[in-house]
Unconditional design. Structure first.
Length: 613
């Protein structure tokens, strides 16, 4: 009997242990797994809804099938025939005024959309009466271009903020650097969204949402953001500059997608990432989204042909799960403005935006281009003129390359010394060119001279030349930067031209079809060509006819070629040539070699008069 009693007690204790195990551990674990699975299903449903591929009965279609070129809900492009003026479009919806030292415009309360921004410090043309640059315009206007952030959620969560949402102003009147605004939206299903929008004194907007869940059930919503352009802008079409869709996406790195490429592909979906940014860039301006870093998001670059053809960069973040009677917050940064180096670098550092400086197209040789820009900017801050900055930076570059250039000029001076021996060899071997070449090579070897040493000073300039070209071409700091006299924009070609006597004759040579651009030789390209010609004539004429021809024609070719380049670049080249002439003359004098510039010039012209010479 005692044994039976112990047996029943053991059974009872075992049952209690099993019940306790279920209550204390198993049920919460199962519930947690169930909640995770539910959140995953809701995320898949939200993603599928974004891509327009899910059905009500099958929300779990694989993501691989969701690559169709679809747009976010509630945003079909307006046909071109239905476009209205920008002013009329701005009066369609209620708006909040945006006013900063750098921007003016308004925020559309429908969708809380940034679709009206004007750059106050930049004009379309050099003329002071030229209109300011317009960055964003409403979707209904001819050049629709905007940015917005919103949410995607399963239908049982009610309508969450998107492009159709009518926000109400909770606090604030105008959006300025000192007065943020707070918007509110109640979806009527227990979700309340409070959106605080702030802006700095330059080009960075911060959108911070607080989502309160009073629905009585757990909800799952996915943040999205996009930059959309409803027209194809005119681009420079030059290979050294990227214009189009752009982003830096974690391990995927820098993404540069031209308009033509995305037109061909429709949708480009890089791998999901938890860090980075994406947007659309022009030569000097850009709009970019910075999702909340640390939360995974799926980036996309898209082209949509329905209605008005449009280009879009967007992202969809992983779902945020909000328990009942709880809240969550989401922060997004929107950059919209001029690509100024100090501001871009500041945002990268202060907001911890990974590789945000790559928004400026420094190119593959950024390790030369960026230091070149910083040197120019340093001297600009010192002297207040980018033209003078270019001249001073050139002196610094010459000092850096001085040892190598010095060695080259010494070799050229030695070449001068052996000039009499070369003449003797010419007389000795006469028309036997092979024997003459062999004798010349032996002479060069014995005397340790380099017959092509005169090319090195030019070749040394090439990396610096391209770096400066890149800086002058892509950095907005050079745009409309004046020098002196007729050069009022260092990033544009010299406006004068020798073929109309520098403006005295009443015609524009550049208007001539096909060859007009060749005739646009201004004062500075002419100065550059002359200085290059004089520098090369300080060197002995190469004995080889091919080399001699190259030496003769190179200044002329460069004069025509650089005539269409930015004036700042031509000024750099002419100044560098002048410094090289002085440097070479000093070295030749120290080496005891006669500077025979005029003798070389006379020899050149005498050969032209007597081709048999």
């Amino acid at each position: 009997m005692e044994n039976n009693r112990n047996y029943f007690i053991a059974i009872g204790l075992s049952i209690l242990i099993l019940i306790g195990w279920q209550v204390i551990y198993v049920n919460p674990k199962l519930e947690e797994e169930r909640q995770i699975a539910l959140a995953q299903q809701e995320q898949e449903a939200a993603t599928a809804e974004l891509n327009g591929t899910a059905t009500a009965t099958d929300p779990s279609l694989p993501q691989a099938t969701a690559g169709a070129a679809t747009e976010l809900p509630g945003d079909q492009s307006v046909p071109a025939s239905e476009k209205i003026s920008r002013q009329d479009a701005l009066s369609t919806n209620k708006r909040i005024i945006i006013e900063t030292p750098s921007l003016s415009g308004s925020l559309n309360l429908k969708g809380a959309r940034f679709d009206d921004l004007i750059l106050k410090n930049y004009r379309e043309e050099l003329d002071k009466n030229s209109p300011n640059v317009v960055l964003f315009s409403p979707a209904e206007s001819q050049n629709g271009y905007f940015s917005e952030v919103g949410y995607i959620a399963p239908k049982n969560s009610g309508v969450v903020p998107n492009s159709e949402t009518e926000w109400t102003v909770k606090s604030g009147k105008d959006l300025t650097p000192t007065t943020p605004i707070v918007l509110s939206y109640d979806n009527g299903a227990g979700l309340i969204f409070d959106r605080t929008i702030s802006v700095d004194d330059k080009y960075l907007f911060t959108v911070e949402d607080t989502i309160t869940n009073a629905s009585g059930a757990q909800v799952s919503i996915s943040p999205y953001g996009r930059v959309k352009r409803l027209y194809k802008p005119q681009t420079t079409g030059i290979y050294i500059l990227h214009e189009g869709l752009l982003g830096f996406l974690g391990e995927e790195g820098l993404q540069e997608i031209d308009y033509g490429d995305v037109e061909d592909d429709g949708i480009i979906s890089p791998a999901k990432t938890a860090t980075g940014w994406l947007g659309i860039t022009d030569k000097y301006w850009a709009a970019a989204l910075v999702p909340e870093q640390g939360r995974a998001f799926q980036p996309r670059f898209g082209y949509f042909a329905n209605g008005t053809p449009s280009y879009q960069t967007d992202y969809l973040s992983d779902a945020i799960v909000i328990a009942s009677d709880n809240s969550a917050s989401v922060k997004t940064h929107i950059f919209a403005g001029a690509k100024t180096v100090p501001e871009i670098n500041k945002y990268q550092d202060e907001q911890n935006i990974d590789q945000f400086d790559l928004m400026i197209d420094w190119g593959w040789f950024y390790f030369i281009t960026k230091p070149m820009f910083h040197a120019l900017h340093f001297f600009f801050e010192l002297f207040g003129n980018f033209g003078i900055s270019i001249l001073v930076t050139t002196v610094v570059v010459k000092a850096i390359f001085f040892p190598l250039a010095n060695k080259s000029y010494k070799s050229m001076a030695n070449m001068k010394k052996v000039q009499p021996q070369m003449e003797e060899l010419k007389k000795k071997h006469g028309d036997d060119r092979q024997a003459l070449q062999q004798a010349m090579m032996q002479l060069y070897k014995t005397e340790k001279v380099n017959p092509v040493a005169g090319c090195w000073p030019v070749l040394l300039q090439i990396p610096v030349f391209f770096a400066l070209y890149k800086v002058l071409y892509v950095s907005i700091e050079m745009r409309h930067a004046p020098f002196f006299g007729w050069i009022q924009d260092l990033s544009a070609p010299d406006p004068t031209t020798v073929f109309n006597l520098f403006g005295l004759l009443p015609f524009d040579p550049t208007a001539i079809p096909v060859i007009g651009f060749i005739l646009a030789i201004g004062v500075w390209p002419l100065i550059m060509g002359i200085t290059m010609f004089l520098q090369m004539r300080m060197n002995p004429t190469p004995p080889d006819p091919t080399q001699a021809m190259i030496f003769t024609w190179m200044p002329i070719v460069f004069t025509f070629m650089l005539a269409t380049f930015p004036a700042g670049l031509v000024i750099y080249w002419a100044w560098n040539n002048s410094l090289s002439i002085i440097q070479q003359g000093v070295i030749m004098k120290r080496q005891g070699v006669k500077i025979e510039l005029w003798d070389n010039l006379k020899s050149l012209f005498s050969r032209k008069k007597d081709p048999a010479a």
